[in-house]
Design a protein around this ligand. Sequence first.
Ligand code: NAD
Length: 469
Amino acid sequence: MKMRALVAGELLAAAPGTGLPVEDPSTGLVIGEVPDLGIDVLDHAVAAAARAQPGWAADHASRRSVLRRVADVLESHAEELGALVCAETGKSALGGRMEAVKAAEHLRWMADVDLPHEQLVDDDTRTVLLEHRPIGVVAAILPWNAPLIMAAHKAGAALRTGNTLVLKPSPHTPLATLRLAELVADIVPAGVLNVVTGRDHLGPAMTGHPQVGMVAFTGSVRTGRAIMVNAAASLKRLTLELGGNDAAIVLADADPSVVGAQLFRSAFMNSGQVCQAIKRLYVAREVYDAVVAELVKAAEAARLGGPTEDGATFGPLTTAEQLAVVAELVEDARARGGQIRTGGAPADRAGHFYPPTVVTGLEDTARLVAEEQFGPALPVLVFDDVAEAVERANSTEFGLSASVWTSDPVHGAEVAEQLVAGSVWVNRHAGVEPHIPFGGMRQSGIGRESGLTGLLAYTETRTIEIPRS
Ligand code: NAD
C-alpha cells in the first residue's frame, strides 16, 4: 500500500522509486511505502501552518467542531485504521481497533472542554484578565508503539488551543496516521494539520525550525535530550514524554492468585512496548515464589503470533532494533547469574518475536533492572522490608509511573504516596484517560499530556489590564 503525506491541504505521494518502506513486524516483509520527504517539503508544511494559524485561532467554533468530526471519522473507520495499526506495529486486532476508539474519545474530550479564563482583578479602577493563548506552530514527533493514540493526544491539544500542527509519525509506523490524514483532509482547513513522513533527519529540522514555537515529543530519553538542545536556540516550548523504568511493589498481604494475572498483563501488554508498563517488579518474600509461579504460568500460556494468526495472544516487537535491545539485556542478565524462569531467547520464526520472559536472582545494578527494556523481559526482585522496596523503586533516574499491590488499599495508598513518579496506582498499573494528566518526573520527561494540565501546556499565559475609564 502506498500512503500520501498531507502538506498545506494537499496529499503528496512519493515520487516513483523514492518511497520509505514500512515493514510488517510479524513477518519482516515490506507492506507499505510512504513519502521520504526532504527539508524543502517540511519548510512548505511549516509555512502553511504558520499562515493558517491566526485564522484557526480566531475560529473558536471550528476548533471544537473539527475535532468532533475527526473523532467521527476515527470511529466510522475504526476497523480499517485499527488493521493498519496492527499491520505496522504487530499488535493484536483488538489492540489496533482500541487505538482508533481511544483516539476518538480523546478528541471528543478535548473538543468539549472549556479553556479557563480568570478575572484576577475587578475593582473601581481596572479589570485584569488572565487568558491562555496559542503558541503558534507546534511540531509533534511520535514513537512507534501507539501511533494513533499519540497522534490524537498531540493533535487534540494543539488544535483545540488554537495552534496549527506539523506532525511526524515514527518512520516505523506511519501508515494508520497517514490514512487518517487522508480521511480528514477535507475536514481540517488547509495548513492547520500537516502530516509529514521521512527518515529521522526530519526530526532535528522540525525541532530547530525558526517558525516552530513548540515541540511536543514522545519517545526515548536520548532523543528527548537532543531535542532540548536543538530547541534551545529559539527557546521553544517543550513537552517531552520520555522513557520509564516503572517499578511495581507487591506487598506481603497481596493474593498471588488474584494479582498474578494482572501483574502479567501490566508488564507484558503490547509485548512490553508500553511506556507505562511494569518494568521492575519488587515482591515481598512471603509471596515471592507464588507470584513468580503465577507469572511463569501466564507467560507459558501465551501464544506467539501476528495480529491475523488464529489463537495468537502475544505479538512481536515492532522493530528489529528493539528485539536486539531485549535480547542483549537478557543475555547480560544470564551472564550475571540471573535465572531465566521462562523464555530467554528470540523465537525461532520469521518476524521480531521474543517470548514473555521472567528473570529472577538479579541485583538492582543488572542492566535488565537498571535500564528500560521496553519489551517482554521482566526482572522479579525480592524484598524483606517495605521501606527498602520504596527506596529501591525510587533509585532510578526515571519517574514515569509506579504501582503498589495489596489487599489493603489504605496501606497501599500510604506506600504509593512515597513513590516518585508522575502516575501512581494501587492495584493497577497503566492507563491513559483524556481527563487525567500523565507524564514523567525526573528524566521521564517535562510537562504533562491529557487533562487540563496537558491542554494548557500548548498555550502561553497572557494577562490583559483594562482601565475602568
Ligand atoms: P525514538 O526517540 O527513537 O524516536 C521517536 C521519534 O523521534 C521518531 O519519530 C524519530 O524519527 C524521531 N527522532 C529521532 N531522532 C530525532 C532527533 N534527533 N530529533 C528529533 N526527532 C528525532 O523513540 P522510539 O524508539 O520511537 O520509541 C520508544 C521510546 O519511546 C521508549 O523509550 C519509550 O519509553 C518512549 N515512549 C514514551 C512514552 C511516554 O508517554 N512517556 C510513550 C511511548 C513511548
